[in-house]
Design a protein around this ligand. Structure first.
Ligand code: ATP
Length: 236
């Protein structure tokens, strides 16, 4: 079943044509990785999916419904939640308060408590530090917190913007293991990364974006073996 289908998406920032006719599909249950260098348009694509940017042209179909240009709030309600690049946690609030914010559109008290349990199960580290100010967490812990907050919205589709950014290799491995676990429990994932090696290691399929255009797509294996990908994104 198709969860997300993007067709000929075009986004402009004034005169800058940031996305040039992007098409992409995500099936229910998949991890799909979108790979690209700095400035390729990866964050722009995620922000457009989340309703933070209005596309100039193109279709975004999520669970058979068109969501292009809809307000961010209704997109979260429909089950898409984003973990932004650079985490963006609220530094002056506790871990617990940050997590709770992820449920801001929910009214089901009992369900919210269950989701809290779930977040603490996935991230025991956050439970240990629940009273700590978010700004004093390590980079990896802040990434966990941003992911925990997103899980509180009970997403069907989770959008992750460069979860490996600025993290030590061991922490990158931990975060990617957790992404795999979240997926195994039924959440579909669209992952945006510069770290092609890690991104393709957990994905079933991938896309490569360069200066706003999709230049390649295929199974993760095909992309890992592609000369173009090896040369440009896998360091050899
Ligand atoms: P990175 O990996 O560095 O985050 P990215 O692939 O996520 O890069 P985007 O942030 O989507 O890239 O940027 C795509 C292009 O759009 C870049 O050329 C960028 O300079 C431009 N751009 C992004 N945001 C704006 C903005 N608010 N106004 C004007 N141009 C922008």
């Amino acid at each position: 079943m198709t969860m997300l289908k993007i067709n000929n998406l075009n986004v402009n920032y004034g005169r800058i044509h940031a996305l040039k006719g992007i098409s992409l599909e995500v099936e229910k249950g998949e991890i799909v990785s979108l790979i690209g260098a700095n400035g390729a348009g990866k964050s722009t694509l995620l922000k457009t999916l989340s309703g933070l940017i209005r596309p100039k042209e193109g279709e975004i179909i999520y669970l058979d419904e068109s969501i292009a240009g809809k307000p961010a709030q209704s997109i979260v309600k429909a089950g898409i939640s984003q973990v932004p690049e650079g985490r963006r946690v609220f530094a002056e609030m506790s871990v617990e308060e940050n997590i709770e914010l992820g449920a801001f559109l929910r009214r089901d008290k009992a369900g919210i408590q269950q989701s809290f349990q779930k977040v603490y199960e996935v991230f025991p580290r956050l439970y240990e530090r629940r009273k700590q100010m978010a700004g004093t967490l390590s980079g990896g812990e802040q990434q966990m917190l941003a992911m925990g907050r997103a899980i509180m919205a009970r997403p069907k589709l989770l959008l992750l913007d460069e979860p490996s950014m600025g993290l030590a290799p061991l922490m990158v491995q931990t975060i990617f293991d957790i992404i795999k676990d979240i997926n195994d429990e039924g959440t579909t994932i669209l992952l945006v990364e510069q770290n092609a090696h890690m991104a393709l290691s957990i994905a079933s399929r991938g896309y490569v974006i360069e200066t706003g255009k999709m230049i390649l797509s295929g199974s993760a294996k095909e992309l890992q073996e592609s000369e173009e990908v090896k040369k440009a994104y896998l360091g050899g």
